[in-house]
Design a protein around this ligand. Structure first.
Ligand SMILES: [Zn+2]
Length: 146
């Protein structure tokens, strides 16, 4: 049997949580709303082909060559982008899950603004450094070279 005072306490705790959630910045929510299209991956022999690579790049608003360079470096593999079909061939066998994880990491580092969480950004090369420039809030953030 729960005493009325305890019920009140629980109620207050819920209210408190509710208020806490309302105060949380929306950054996380905005960032997670940015969703990558599902990867279409095909394996041919010892090679892995991302069929919809160009489409992914368009969603991320990044040059295919930049994302290709990132992926190949992370995988330690060679590969090439086919302009006509928009597909990326990687010269090793790699799972769609691994590719997805790497692309999510790319988005987190090179697409999402760390200040406001918006995906409306561009990469600029200044001297030898890469800067992530946010078109939503104007923040500029140096990012690791790749
Ligand atoms: Zn921003």
């Amino acid at each position: 049997m729960v005493k009325p005072s305890n019920i009140e306490l629980l109620y207050d705790y819920d209210k408190l949580l509710e208020r806490l959630y309302q105060k949380l910045p929306t950054r996380g929510a905005r960032a997670s709303r940015f969703e990558l299209p599902r990867l279409i991956v095909e394996r041919v022999g010892s090679k892995t082909i991302i069929k919809n690579f160009k489409q992914l790049c368009d969603v991320m608003r990044r040059e295919p060559r930049i994302i290709m360079r990132y992926l190949l470096k992370e995988l330690g593999a060679a590969g090439n982008f086919d302009e006509d079909s928009g597909s990326l061939t990687i010269n090793i066998r790699v799972s769609a899950q691994t590719l997805n994880t790497l692309l999510q990491r790319f988005v987190k580092t090179y697409v999402i603004c760390p200040t406001c969480g918006a995906p409306d950004t561009r990469l600029e090369k200044r001297d030898r450094a890469w800067i992530l420039v946010c078109e939503a809030c104007g923040a500029e953030q140096p990012v690791p070279p790749f």
